[in-house]
Design a binder for this molecule. Structure first.
Ligand code: C5P
Length: 283
């Protein structure tokens, strides 16, 4: 076997809270993460060459691509020669959208390289390599419903969230993650998520309790030029969403639905205005 194709699932933040700024410039986070069915397809082929080559649609295949960074980190950590992996990424998840698109490609690349070259490598070791690539990569390796702490790399797998439909809607602009973090004054944050309440609701399998506690503290520090995020939230409320929030550092907004017909109607309505709208399920 010298080629493997794996799905790289997008994620949502059911909650996102920021606890403190750390001396290393990062922030300690408290986030409930959820993977959804929207995914890229990542093929890793061992060609026997000496270079890591990445084909990724319009997205650069150079060192700035987290999948390339992940492949390089895998070979550095294992001490193996890079046997010319060709990374072929079929993109479906928008980049710089708060859905961990790049991080999930990196995670799929790591899982594929393990499968091809080091099947005995433990998940913990792969997560350690992932953490050197990006804060969201360890979660993307695990997927499902999980609590992420620290930079995002300290994970606790949770009971799977109730099976909601999620409609994702990305407006036509990007938000820089470092820029948004730079606007955070932790002591001044308000309207923060009730993470303990969310964890208890997930544990009980209480769908209403989960829906009630969906919240992202980054919404409080959005610069005024990104107000369209709130316009989309209003549209979701008008379209009967049971809960809605921005995911990660945005700008994607998601609405949750219990019922597929209502989710489809919201998807159809939002897609008329926003080309990057997706109908997904929790996975
Ligand atoms: O780790 P990653 O490269 O994904 O982070 C991108 C940037 O986001 C960091 O350089 C930092 O500015 C910010 N960040 C942060 N605290 C985190 C995660 C990211 O301040 N927990």
């Amino acid at each position: 076997m010298n080629s493997v194709t794996l799905p790289a699932h997008a994620k949502l933040n059911l909650t996102l809270d920021i606890l403190r700024r750390r001396p290393d410039g990062y922030h300690d986070m408290l986030m409930v993460m959820q993977s959804v069915s929207l995914h890229d397809d990542v093929t890793v082929a061992l060609t026997g060459g000496t270079e890591i080559v990445c084909r990724c649609g319009d997205i650069p295949g150079d060192e700035s691509n987290l999948a390339v960074k992940a492949a390089r980190a895998f070979f550095a950590r294992t001490g193996m020669e890079p046997r010319g992996p060709l990374l072929d990424i079929e993109k479906h998840t928008p980049a710089r959208a708060g859905m961990a698109g790049g991080s999930s490609d990196a995670a799929a690349t790591l899982r594929a390289l393990r499968k091809l070259l080091r099947p005995e490598m433990l998940g913990e070791e792969l997560e350690r390599i992932g953490a050197t690539v990006g804060s969201d990569v360890p979660y993307c390796l695990r997927g499902g419903t999980a609590l992420a702490e620290g930079r995002g790399e300290r994970l606790t797998t949770l009971r799977a969230a109730p099976p909601f439909y999620a409609v994702l809607c990305k407006p036509d602009f990007d938000i820089s993650t470092p820029l948004l973090f730079s606007r955070v004054r932790v002591s001044e944050l308000w309207n923060r998520p009730d993470t303990n309440g969310m964890l208890a609701a997930l544990h009980r399998g209480d769908a209403d309790g989960v829906l009630l506690r969906v919240k992202n503290v980054f919404e409080n520090v959005l610069p005024p030029e990104y107000a369209e995020v709130f316009t989309i939230k209003e549209r979701f409320h008008a379209l009967g969403a049971a809960a809605c929030a921005m995911t990660g550092s945005g700008p994607t907004v998601y609405g949750l639905y219990r019922d597929m017909a209502a989710a489809e109607a919201a998807y159809d309505a939002l897609r008329e205005r926003y080309a990057q709208t997706f109908l997904t399920q929790f996975v």
